[in-house]
Design a protein around this ligand. Structure first.
Ligand code: G3H
Length: 537
């Protein structure tokens, strides 16, 4: 069967998922209004093609506004005004009230669940179960954030007495935040910075991801109805025109960005006062799996297939290189090849599908180049049919033996290529990890507690998370998610994100009778919201 037949004919698409007409979006959210953009629009194309009798036609999903620099600066002005140097209604609002705004948003967001999921499928090729999971995980993240903030506020309601001082610490907003998410989790990863930024009292400019952009449109009304004017502004357009000017203004205080370390560095460099810019970054990764001589191979294969090929390998946490002890290499490769050949290519709405079209233009060419580079330097393709490409589809390719001369050894593929490197001495793998530019996570597969334990200690200062006999992943969202070197800046978890998007302010007095009485009076007579001790349940 030719790979092209994986693409559907129009009549094959189930009605509930069909994209019946193009969406022409002109509206963007500016200062509490949905403004209609009269300028140029940017086409949004799907990675999905429709098969006609003799050709494939790429689906145009619609258009989004291509805002210019002046409009981006208006969004900035609006956020700056709403923050008002920390004196605005939003940054000074009681925590409970801000929570109520976010709860309203969450309720309205639920009404758009089906449409957001449908657009996730069409815009980035995510399968229905994964798209539904992304939406629901995001909703849970918002609920958990609300609970975590209530807990934080309860904890902060006490006074602390320390070395003759009386103190009360509360976390307060930082300023104006610019939030930008990635195409692979355009809803989830964006909202895991956007929501904590908002709920902590910052005002926000949100620029949706490059792909996975139309799916924000159904939520514009929810944002509009839930937040006061200027608190959230949503802009669209080319990054270099819109985001550059925001950074150059020096008025961005918080920069939440998920993308490449190069992109992050270029933007950070534009800020005239870098010391005033707090960055929360999720960046590149090349997470290795380390398969020890005594690994449980069936379990290892299952985890490595999921780890390297879920969502076509387009996860920052994906396993991007597998190191296997020479004594088990043949067995690993055979089993992996068999498991990969079971993966079904298809459309996101089809049941049991694992391999779907890739949204980035030029991605299949890039993957082909990496593949050919490896083949040219001695790797062999281990799964028949791997690396075939038609339009935006690329079948997963298992490559062995991979070595340090090949691009795949160090470059992040962010796609369905699975490079396997044999090793004889574990120090070869340790050297790889220690000298890598990345340091997000790794996985160790082995059954000897002493050996695995020793490796845990060796790697503990190298990566943000060590997974034992399991693939790399971000969740559960209550766990810290971070990385070292070029992989991340800052830590995100439900609780950590609240800290990243806020800063502690301390009110202190001498612990002596007269001053204690004075503070007590302020509290009792409710002269200060900061000092008052309302408990949020
Ligand atoms: O793309 C990076 C994501 O944060 C990974 O999340 O491990 O839950 O797929 P995940």
């Amino acid at each position: 069967m030719s790979l092209a037949t994986v693409f559907p004919q129009a009549a094959d698409i189930p009605g509930e998922f069909a994209h019946k007409s193009e969406i022409t979006q002109r509206d963007y959210l500016l200062n509490g209004e949905l403004v209609q953009w009269q300028g140029e629009l940017s086409p949004v194309v799907s990675p999905i093609y429709i098969r006609n009798s003799d050709s494939l036609q790429q689906v145009v999903l619609g258009h989004t506004p291509l805002l210019d620099a002046d409009t981006a600066l208006k969004a900035l002005d609006s956020a700056v005004k709403a923050y008002d140097l920390g004196r605005g209604a939003w940054p000074t609002m009681a925590v409970l009230e801000r929570i109520q705004h976010v709860e309203k948003f969450l309720g309205l967001m639920q009404l758009q669940r089906a449409e957001v999921i449908r657009l996730l499928m069409w815009e980035i090729g995510k399968t229905y179960p994964d798209a539904a999971k992304e939406f629901d995980r995001t909703s849970d993240y918002i609920r958990d954030t609300i609970e975590a903030l209530k807990q934080q506020d309860r904890d902060a309601s006490h006074f602390i007495i320390e070395q003759g001082s009386l103190g009360k610490i509360r976390r307060v907003p930082v300023g104006v935040a610019l939030c930008m998410g990635p195409f692979n989790y355009p809803l989830n990863e964006t909202f895991t910075t956007l929501i904590p930024a908002l709920i902590m009292g910052n005002t926000v400019i949100f620029k949706p991801a490059k792909y996975g952009v139309l799916l924000i449109q159904p939520l514009l009304q929810a944002f509009l109805q839930s937040f006061p004017a200027g608190v959230i502004n949503i802009i669209y357009g080319r990054g270099r025109e819109t985001v550059g000017v925001l950074m150059e203004s020096g008025k961005i205080d918080l920069f939440a960005f998920i993308g490449t370390n190069k992109g992050a560095s270029d933007l950070k460099r534009m800020h005239p006062k870098p010391h005033r810019l707090r960055a929360v970054l999720g960046l590149d990764a090349k997470n290795p799996a380390i398969i020890l001589p005594d690994a449980d191979m069936n379990r290892t294969v299952k985890e490595c297939v999921a780890g390297s090929l879920s969502f076509n390998g387009q996860r920052c946490t994906a396993l991007k290189i597998l190191f296997v002890h020479q004594s088990r290499a043949a067995e690993l490769v055979d089993k992996l090849a068999a498991a990969i050949s079971e993966l079904k290519a298809g459309m996101p709405w089809q049941q049991g599908v694992a391999i779907t079209p890739l949204p980035e233009p030029g991605k299949t060419q890039f993957l082909t180049e990496l593949l050919e580079d490896a083949l040219g330097k001695g790797a062999k393709l281990q799964n028949p049919g791997g690396g075939e490409t038609v339009a935006s589809l690329f079948t997963p390719a298992l490559l062995y033996p991979v070595n340090s001369s090949m691009r795949l050894y160090n470059e992040e593929q962010f796609g369905p290529l699975v490079p396997v490197v044999p090793y004889n001495d574990i120090n070869e793998v340790i050297d790889y990890v220690v000298n890598s530019n990345f340091g997000q996570q790794l996985s160790i597969f082995g059954q000897n507690p002493q050996q695995v334990g020793e490796l845990v200690d060796i790697f503990a200062n190298q990566v943000g998370r060590i997974n034992i006999n399991s693939q790399c992943q971000r969740g559960p969202d209550s766990f810290p998610f971070n990385g070292r070197k070029d992989s991340a800046e800052g830590t995100l978890s439900v609780v950590d994100a609240l800290r990243q998007f806020s800063t502690p302010t301390l009110v202190a007095a001498k612990y002596q009778d007269s001053d204690v009485d004075f503070v007590k009076q302020m509290v009792k007579e409710r002269h200060s919201r900061f000092l008052s001790t309302d408990f949020l349940f």
